[in-house]
Design a protein around this ligand. Structure first.
Ligand SMILES: N[C@@H](CCC(=O)N[C@@H](CS)C(=O)NCC(=O)O)C(=O)O
Length: 223
């Protein structure tokens, strides 16, 4: 399989696709297509992207685009239990909160783009961003307290799962913009940032040299 992604420093949906591929345990190669180059803007570098977006997974002749479809495909192929909790109560919550992330939280996504090259120590969140973060904090706390912590593992539902894949860029956003969350969520963020796949992605992101200024948030400090 071949996964096509955008800039690791900035493409939050690409991070989800890549983490899903890692979680599948299946062999895959990764092609990074730099975003916002003249080739990207003209579409010349996006001929293998049916929706003209990243991520796209090519499995032989089949294209699977969109992070949620990639999770579904890889869970079919790599084993459902690798991706989702088996018991009904945690599985219901994992499905619902992953879908809520995939479809929502626009204020947070617009105001706080994923950026692995900078931090924003003086960032002042709007009320809408605070409300998004409070909702995410409540979801994370429910997952951790009712399902993750009792299993003795640090991720939302215990072992690293598709729900962690879906929220991974939010972990970065909260850390990058210093957004306020509970102690339970802070511990979850620390566990996520220490995960070897997150560390591998971040190291690659920091080494990227592609020019990119789509998200000009003021006050950035290089990290
Ligand atoms: N719903 C899609 C969203 C994918 C998406 O918005 N990808 C962005 C990059 S993070 C993209 O390719 N945008 C097209 C563009 O920048 O022109 C998914 O879940 O994968």
């Amino acid at each position: 399989m071949r996964l096509i992604i955008g800039n690791k420093a900035y493409s939050s949906w690409s991070l989800r696709g890549w983490l899903a591929a890692k979680l599948s345990g299946l062999p895959f190669t990764t092609s990074v297509v730099p975003m916002d180059t003249p080739e990207w803007m003209s579409g010349a570098s996006r001929t293998e992207m049916p929706s003209r977006q990243v991520p796209v997974l090519w499995d032989g002749p089949l294209a699977i685009w969109d992070s949620m479809a990639i999770i579904l495909w890889l869970a079919d192929k790599g084993g459902h239990d690798r991706f989702w909790p088996r018991d009904p109560a945690p599985r219901a919550l994992a499905y619902a909160m992953s879908a809520e992330m995939h479809a929502g939280f626009q204020p947070l996504r617009l105001a706080c783009p994923m950026n692995l090259k900078e931090r924003f120590p003086d960032f002042v969140p709007s009320e809408a961003v605070i409300a998004n973060v409070a909702r995410i904090d409540a979801l994370w706390s429910e997952a951790r307290e009712q399902h993750g912590a009792p299993l003795g593992e640090p991720f939302l539902f215990g072992p690293f799962s598709a729900a962690d894949v879906m929220y991974a860029p939010v972990v970065h956003r909260i850390a990058t913009y210093g957004l306020p969350v509970s102690a339970v969520s802070r511990a979850y963020i620390a566990a996520m940032l220490a995960h070897p796949w997150m560390q591998e992605w971040t190291a690659d992101a920091k080494a990227e040299t592609f020019p990119f200024d789509r998200y000009p948030v003021p006050g950035g400090v290089p990290v």
